[in-house]
Design a protein around this ligand. Structure first.
Ligand code: ATP
Ligand code: MG
Length: 446
């Protein structure tokens, strides 16, 4: 079960305890504050889905708590408790952004109902309509779907770091949304109107990558027929996204470190250094600590990049988000394919929620996209889901038992079996390109 995190702010100690008791019984995480000051402390330290606060508090009142909470994280839902006969207080709270209010005296059934209604709204709103219209670009937080606590924490982190120039390192397994998050940080921040330049560091050999990053002058090497600007310069004032940073060679690691440290670059074949002010976001699915240990990744560069780390949880650790994501992709791909599939059968949903998702969100997206093509009804059914999911339906996901590598290897082998060894088909199902599949197969000696 997914748990919401709720803060109760009420100075009447008996009522406070009563509310905490009711909320806990519903299976939600609960914190309780007896004053506005204490509430603000909590809001700063923890991540909440919902705050339920009395309006009348000694010192900082409920309205100030509401304002502070919404300023801190506009995703936090808020229910104001007001006294009988103070409708104007309730109205002004709603104007300030409270989702709902409840008037004293109330009974606990009524209270539970208001909480349930607000949390349902929260589940729908997260990553969905909240920011609609606010940003024209398609890469906003609204496209990142997730209601689990780890995702709520992620939204909060994005909010904190979006405007800063600090280097960010995004980590997570393949398909967890690193690319999506990098774009969200850029397009929600101050630099949104400046360039966002993504570079895949694994795509080119070291020489070509050096010139890609820093540019070159005419005649720098055979084939350099004119000056070429590097991506560092192209991203000036904006964001440079260095994807697969764990895959760059040692010479380039050193050059990159120097560029980040000095804010200057030197195009290949040029004596002149240029100042560049691009924000660096790097991403990797590799274990950089291991690589540092083995001497494959420079420790100084590792520390340079690792100023702020954003860890993306694998989907199997937030299986409660599977339904939400599945509906999101269902909507997207049924519209794209001009189909009217708007529901998922409970059997199919269960099957999706029981799977261990080694390819993470990308794998889920691909499975839904494919299922929509096969589905003839208006409800996505078990029949249109691939066999690979059916295998795991009766057993619990094999979480935390095997190492990740072991799980990935098994999974890839299973997929290859179902495709009769066809790598193109297998890479489609896995949601990776063929060259990545070859690389992984080589690594795992499949
Ligand atoms: N939380 C999410 N909400 C909605 N879509 C998501 C989410 N996470 C990932 N996706 C989608 O899943 C796909 C894979 O995500 P993305 O490319 O960002 O993964 P990645 O971590 O960069 O993977 P890789 O390491 O293989 O490059 C994309 O189509 C992305 O839009
Ligand atoms: Mg990526």
């Amino acid at each position: 079960m997914r748990t919401f995190n709720i803060l109760i702010v009420e100075d009447d100690i008996n009522l406070n305890r009563g509310l905490v008791h009711v909320i806990k019984k519903q299976g939600y995480e609960t914190s309780s504050a007896e004053s506005g000051e204490q509430a603000l402390q909590y809001i700063r330290d923890k991540s909440f889905d919902l705050i339920i606060s009395d309006f009348k508090l000694p010192g900082i009142d409920g309205k100030q708590v509401l304002k502070a909470a919404k300023k801190y994280d506009s995703n936090i839902m808020f229910i104001m408790i007001t006294a009988y006969g103070t409708v104007d207080t309730a109205v002004s709270a709603m104007k300030e952004g409270a989702e709902d209010y409840i008037m004293k005296p109330f009974d606990m059934e009524e209270f539970k109902l208001v909480v349930k209604r607000t949390l349902e709204k929260k589940a729908l709103l997260i990553g969905n309509t909240r920011l609609k219209g606010q940003f024209k670009n398609k890469y906003t937080v609204e496209n990142i779907i997730g209601a689990s606590p780890s995702m709520a924490k992620l939204f909060k982190t994005i909010h904190h770091i979006k405007d800063s120039i600090t280097t960010v390192l995004i980590r997570g397994e393949t398909g967890t949304g690193k690319d999506l998050v990098a774009r969200a940080i850029h397009y929600n921040g101050d630099r949104a109107s400046k360039p966002y330049i993504p570079v895949n560091c694994a795509a080119l050999n070291e020489n070509l990558m050096t010139s890609e990053l820093f540019g070159h002058v005419k005649g720098a090497y055979t084939g350099a027929v004119s000056d070429k600007q590097g991506v560092f310069e192209a991203a000036d004032g904006g964001t440079l996204f260095l994807d697969e940073i764990g895959d760059i060679g040692s010479g380039l690691q050193q050059a990159l470190l120097r560029a980040i440290e000095t804010g200057e670059i030197q195009p290949v074949g040029s004596f002149k250094r240029k100042t560049v002010r691009a924000r660096i976001i790097a991403a990797t699915n590799r274990n950089l600590e291991d690589m540092v240990e083995k001497g494959d990744f420079r420790e100084d560069l590792y520390y340079r990049l690792n100023v702020v780390t954003v860890n993306l949880p694998p989907l199997r650790e937030r299986l409660d988000d599977v339904g939400l994501l599945a509906f999101h992709f269902l909507k997207k791909y049924s519209a794209q394919n001009k189909k009217q599939i708007d529901k998922i059968s409970s059997g199919a949903l269960k099957m999706l929620e029981n799977y261990h998702w080694p390819g993470n969100v990308r794998e889920l997206e691909n499975i839904i996209e494919r299922a929509i093509l096969f589905e003839e009804d208006s409800v996505l059914s078990v029949q249109s889901l691939p066999n690979i999911l059916k295998k795991t339906v009766s057993q619990k996901p094999r979480r935390n038992i095997n190492s990740l590598d072991h799980m990935s290897k098994n999974h890839i082998q299973e997929v290859l079996e179902t495709t009769g060894g066809n790598k193109t088909k297998a890479s489609k199902i896995l949601g990776i390109d063929r060259s990545t599949l070859y690389r992984i197969m080589k690594r795992f000696k499949i």
